[in-house]
Design a protein around this ligand. Structure first.
Ligand code: PMV
Length: 356
């Protein structure tokens, strides 16, 4: 893949009057089978599958104009943000062989998130994929051809692993597996045409247990998988879960869906507890919510389940037809476990949208 993008790179002279602004909005995603552990240059140790979300998004505008050399400024929610900007700048400089035209441009990036401040929702998947869509839009203006989503996924992966999955509607699979033709460690592929209709409108209600910054970053967490004695067993189990989940996504068997999804969430956190040094990202209220969800499911037979990201917040997953009952359960029972009574009503979405 790398050779193709290198060969295809726009190596010409950028026209002197080349200037403008592009804008893309891109969503976050929530993994069902988790990516936890990487190798080489942002390659996953096991395949992962996610729902693309709809409401939790980043909106990124890139102003560009011809210049003698590369120039870069980054603003987050109206304020210049050199720390976050440095991450994007490094990504651009590391990948300038693929995008040599950036050395003839001055870029001003302005980004914002649609989800609330300090909700603890990871924004790197949405923000990095939104940025990459904008960058490819500039490239497509130079070339005069459409954005290739596989290329968007490839470079989103290099910017932030799980961002590879955010560029496709509904659901995506990232990582090579014998169970899915065309799958790759280098980019994600769309599962949109291989899923039962029930999953196309699935709900994700995100309960904000804590909005505080995580004590251990995802990057450090991935790194700790290297010495983790359970890593080989984990990667084998993840591959097994991918195979079973792909079948479930086709059949719509919600009991098995729940079984795999909850087991994956708990395994992710179990791996953290077995790392050296060990760490715990769940909070007491995370466990209380999990217990309530399991009781509710037993009592009502409503196929509600949970998953967790690398943090304390709980994602509640359920079919759209159950929305009224689950929302009453959230409001009546679960809200008291949430920080400032905060929760976000999200759902499966359609991927990036062009804003400008
Ligand atoms: O993309 P990263 O490096 O932020 O890692 C994401 C890790 C998890 O969110 C825990 C799992 C996943 O597959 O998204």
């Amino acid at each position: 893949m790398k050779e193709i993008w290198l060969k295809e790179a726009f190596k010409g002279e950028v026209p002197n009057d080349f200037q403008g602004k592009v804008g893309w909005s891109s969503p976050s995603n929530i993994a069902l089978v988790k990516y936890w552990g990487k190798r080489g240059k942002q390659l996953p140790q096991n395949p992962s599958i996610s729902f693309t979300l709809s409401e939790c998004r980043s909106e990124t505008f890139i102003g560009f104009e011809k210049a003698d050399r590369f120039g870069f400024q980054f603003f987050f929610e109206g304020q210049e943000n050199p720390a976050f900007g440095a991450k994007i700048e490094k990504f651009l400089l590391d990948n300038q062989a693929f995008f040599p035209f950036i050395n003839q441009l001055r870029l001003k990036v302005e980004s914002r998130n649609t989800f609330p401040h300090s909700s603890g929702i990871a924004s790197s998947a949405s923000s990095m994929s939104a940025f990459v869509m904008g960058l490819l839009e500039i490239e497509s203006q130079l070339f005069g051809r459409k954005i290739d989503l596989r290329k968007a996924s490839y470079f989103s992966r290099l910017a932030s692993g799980s961002a590879a999955r955010s560029v496709f509607p509904k659901m995506a699979l990232w990582g090579a597996t014998d169970c899915y033709k065309g799958s790759s460690d280098e980019y994600a592929v769309s599962l949109e045409n291989d899923i039962h209709p029930v999953f196309k409108t699935y709900r994700d209600s995100i309960l904000i247990v804590s909005g505080e910054k995580k004590s251990v970053s995802s990057r450090a967490g991935h790194g700790l998988m290297e010495g983790n004695p359970y890593a080989p067993a984990r990667y084998a189990q993840a591959n097994e879960n991918i195979k079973n989940l792909l079948a479930v996504l086709k059949s719509g068997d919600l009991d098995t869906f729940i079984n795999i999804t909850e087991s994956e969430a708990l395994q992710l956190h179990a791996l953290m507890m077995c790392s050296n040094p060990s760490f715990i990202l769940m909070k007491p209220n995370t466990l209380r919510i999990i217990e309530e969800v399991r009781n509710f499911r037993n009592e009502t037979q409503i196929p509600l389940c949970f998953t967790l990201d690398a943090g304390p917040n709980v994602h509640l997953l359920y079919p759209e037809r159950e929305a009224d009952k689950v929302e009453s359960f959230i409001e009546n029972t679960l809200l008291s476990y949430c920080a400032d009574n905060k929760w976000i009503a999200d759902r499966v979405g359609d991927g990036p949208k062009k804003l400008l």
